[in-house]
Ligand binder design. Structure first.
Ligand code: SF4
Ligand code: ZN
Length: 381
C-alpha cells in the first residue's frame, strides 16, 4: 500500500496539497538559459544552447515533478515566448561549433495554453541559425501542431519538407490516460509492448551521412520516466507504455527525432530495482527508436517526494547506481546516453569517492565511453 490515493483525481488533489510556493517569474524573460557542449547525433561535440521558458504550468500532476515551481498560472501574452528566446539568444555566447537549441518549457511545447501557436513562426525564425531544435512534450500534446512547427523550422532552415509525412488528423494528440485503470492491466493483455522489436541502429555510427549532417531536425523529448508499468501508473503521468510507443512511432513517421528522459530509482523501488528498471527503461526507449536517453536521478524538493520519503516509499539513488545505469546504456551502443548532473552533489553520500564518481559521470557524458570504475574502501559499493 502507498500513501498515494488510488484515483487520479484524488492523487492530483493530494499532490497539489503538498506543494510549497512557486517562484515569482516575469513572463517576458526566460527563467534560465545556458550554453554547454554536448555530444551530437554523429558523435561530434556541438554547442547546445538551452533556454528554460517561463510559461503556464503543465496540466499534469506527476508525483516527482518540481518543474511547476518555475511556471505561471496563466498563459503568457502572445509575443512573450519569442521575446524570451530573443532575450536569451542575445546574451548567450556565439560559439564556433555547430549549434543545437533546446527550448524547454517545464511542460509540453505543443500545449497551446503553454506556448501560444501564434508564436511558432517567430520561434522558428529565431531558431534558423541552429541545425537542431529540441523541445519537450507529453504524448498527449503530440499531433498536428508538432508537424506544423517542424514544417516552419524546415522552411526557415532551408531544409526539405517531409514528403513522407504520415498525416495527422485535425487537433490530434495521443489519448491521455484519464481513467483509474492501471497500465499493467493494459500491458498484461499486450505483453509485446514491454518487449518491442529490438533495434540495431546505432546513431553514433549510422547518422553520419551528409544528408543527416545538413538537414535541419526537430527533436522531441518525452519523459518515459520508467518502463515499470505499475510505477509509471502511480507516477500520475497519465501515460501508458503503449501511448509512449505510439508517440515514438508518430515521431519516427514524421522524421522527428526522439529524446527520452528516464528516472533512476523512482519511488517504490529499492536501490537494486532502481538500477534494473533504469536498464529496462533504456532498452524500451531505444527499442522505440530513441536516439538519445537522459538519465535523471530522482530527487525530492516538491513536497510530495518528501512525504513519500518519510513513509519509506522513496529514497534518492546513490551515485554508483546512476553510474551503473549509464554504463549499461553506453555499452548498448544504440544511441547517446547522458546523466543529468544538475544538483548532482545532492546525491553524494560518501566523502571519499563522490567527487570521483561525479567526475566519472561527467566524463561519460562528454566522451560517451566507459572509464575505469571508481574504487572506494569507505562505501564499498
Ligand atoms: S508531464 Fe512533465 S512537466 Fe508535466 S507534470 Fe509531468 S513531469 Fe511535470
Ligand atoms: Zn565511497
Amino acid at each position: 500500500m502507498s500513501l498515494l490515493p488510488l484515483t487520479a483525481r484524488e492523487r492530483d488533489h493530494w499532490i497539489l496539497a503538498r506543494r510549497p510556493a512557486r517562484n515569482r517569474l516575469d513572463p517576458w524573460q526566460p527563467y534560465a538559459f545556458l550554453s554547454e557542449p554536448e555530444v551530437g547525433p554523429d558523435g561530434e561535440v556541438i554547442e547546445a544552447a538551452t533556454i528554460f521558458l517561463t510559461n503556464r504550468e503543465c496540466p499534469f500532476r506527476c508525483v516527482m515533478c518540481d518543474l511547476w515551481r518555475n511556471t505561471l498560472e496563466e498563459t503568457v501574452p502572445v509575443g512573450a515566448i519569442s521575446a524570451q528566446i530573443r532575450y536569451a539568444l542575445e546574451r548567450l555566447p556565439i560559439p564556433g561549433l555547430r549549434r543545437h537549441l533546446k527550448i524547454y518549457n517545464a511542460g509540453s511545447f505543443f500545449d497551446p495554453y503553454a506556448i501560444p501557436p501564434e508564436e511558432y513562426p517567430e520561434v522558428a525564425r529565431l531558431a534558423a541559425p541552429f541545425e537542431r531544435v529540441i523541445v519537450e512534450c507529453h504524448p498527449g500534446f503530440l499531433g498536428r501542431r508538432c508537424v506544423e512547427f517542424r514544417e516552419m523550422l524546415l522552411r526557415h532552415g532551408g531544409g526539405e519538407a517531409n514528403s513522407e509525412a504520415s498525416g495527422v488528423s485535425e487537433g490530434s494528440g495521443f489519448r491521455v490516460q484519464g481513467s483509474d485503470r492501471t497500465n499493467s492491466e493494459f500491458e498484461n493483455r499486450n505483453p509485446e509492448l514491454l518487449n518491442p522489436e529490438p533495434r540495431t541502429l546505432n546513431p553514433l555510427r549510422s547518422h553520419t551521412s551528409a544528408h543527416r549532417r545538413t538537414e535541419r531536425r526537430l527533436e522531441v523529448a518525452i519523459g518515459l520516466e520508467t518502463a515499470h508499468p505499475e510505477v509509471l501508473a502511480r507516477l500520475n503521468k497519465r501515460m501508458t507504455l503503449a501511448q509512449f510507443r505510439r508517440a515514438a512511432e508518430f515521431l519516427e513517421a514524421e522524421r522527428i527525432d526522439l529524446r527520452v528522459f528516464i528516472l533512476v530509482r523512482p519511488p517504490w523501488l529499492s536501490e537494486a530495482e532502481g538500477v534494473e528498471w533504469a536498464r529496462r527503461s533504456l532498452d524500451f526507449a531505444f527499442a522505440c527508436g530513441a536516439s538519445v536517453c537522459s538519465l535523471i536521478p530522482t530527487r525530492d524538493g516538491n513536497g510530495v517526494m518528501e512525504a513519500l520519503a518519510a513513509a519509506g516509499e522513496f529514497a534518492p539513488p546513490r551515485l554508483v547506481s546512476v553510474e551503473g545505469a549509464m554504463e549499461y546504456g553506453l555499452q548498448l551502443g544504440t544511441g547517446r546516453v547522458f546523466a543529468d548532473l544538475w544538483e548532482i552533489r545532492r546525491f553524494a553520500t560518501c566523502g571519499a569517492c563522490s567527487e570521483a564518481r561525479i567526475a566519472r559521470l561527467a566524463a561519460m557524458n562528454r566522451t560517451q565511453r566507459i572509464p575505469p570504475p571508481v574504487a572506494c574502501a569507505e562505501c564499498a559499493p
